[in-house]
Ligand binder design. Structure first.
Ligand SMILES: NC(=O)c1ccc[n+]([C@@H]2O[C@H](COP(=O)([O-])OP(=O)(O)OC[C@H]3O[C@@H](n4cnc5c(N)ncnc54)[C@H](O)[C@@H]3O)[C@@H](O)[C@H]2O)c1
Length: 257
């Protein structure tokens, strides 16, 4: 007889914090975790958004707690950590999905626009890590949401691309330092329909046609198609995976767009 047992891909019973968890990809991950039996705090800047997602988490039968945060404000992230610890007794999984974008060019982008994007998208990831890691137990997992823009040649996205490249480098650096207690990985989504880009990628637009034609899988993705990657990286099934970037891009790979 062959003895065999493996750890299932599951976040059941995990205690999760999803920053930027009230819209788009982060909200899908928050609701996905909740539907799999995790406790979830989904946080962003406004009470209305937090309440709406918290209600949806509760409708799925999961525990939640309500707290707002701005990733540029360290104290608000401390409050998120304390809220999650008070409500759940600890934190196992942290997802950093907050987003900021600018479509200004390399030579045209102003300092304040550059700072806005990098403060939220890159420095926000650092602040989330610094605030949450001290409360995470052994076996914890941090998942930073990067982008295909970290490695593709994309025009008019210099601050965003630089920030996401930084997120992936910071992910590797954090993975090294926080091991072996906490694993740190990133997800690099491709073209995913969310409120941020629903107009740009709408059916019938030139952009949408170009993506559908160029994407090896022939289409853009729904935000729910990123959830499985987050569940995997958050679960104990990924116990030997750290410092990695898991790409969810329909096969674009390294081809420039
Ligand atoms: N949608 C895509 O095609 C795509 C592709 C690649 C990467 N991404 C990345 O995925 C992540 C989520 O993007 P999305 O498309 O779901 O966008 P979204 O705008 O729907 O969600 C972003 C979330 O971040 C929150 N947020 C913004 N600034 C914040 C701040 N200062 N503090 C706290 N929360 C803040 C927003 O309130 C919102 O909840 C981002 O990191 C984005 O760069 C998205």
């Amino acid at each position: 007889m062959v003895a065999y047992e493996h750890t299932p891909v599951s976040v059941e019973g995990k205690r999760a914090v999803v920053v930027g968890g009230t819209s788009g990809i982060g909200q899908a991950i928050a609701l996905g975790f909740a539907s799999e039996g995790a406790d979830v705090v989904a946080t962003s800047r406004t009470e209305d958004a937090v309440d709406e997602t918290a209600d949806a988490i509760e409708d799925l039968g999961a525990n939640t707690a309500r707290v707002t945060c701005d990733v540029t404000d360290r104290e608000s992230l401390d409050e998120v950590r304390e809220t999650a610890v008070d409500a759940f007794g600890g934190i196992d999984v942290v997802v950093a999905s907050q987003g900021a974008i600018s479509r200004a060019s390399v030579l045209g982008i102003e300092d304040d626009e550059w700072d806005f994007v990098t403060d939220v998208a890159l420095d926000g990831v650092r602040k989330v890590t610094q605030a949450m890691a001290p409360a995470m137990d052994e076996g914890g997992s941090i998942v930073n949401i990067s982008s295909m823009a970290a490695r593709l040649s994309m025009a008019n996205l210099p601050a965003y691309s630089a920030a996401k490249g930084g997120v992936e480098a910071f992910t590797r650096a954090s993975a090294k330092e926080l091991a072996p207690e906490i694993r740190v990985n990133a997800i690099a989504p491709g073209f995913i329909i969310t409120p941020q880009n629903a107009d740009t990628y709408a059916e019938g637009t030139e952009k949408r046609a170009a993506i559908d034609e160029r994407a090896p899988l022939g289409r853009v993705a729904d935000r729910e198609e990123v959830v499985g990657a987050a569940v995997y990286l958050g679960s104990d099934a990924a116990s030997y995976v750290t410092g990695e970037v898991l790409t969810v891009d329909g096969g674009f790979g390294d081809s420039a767009f």
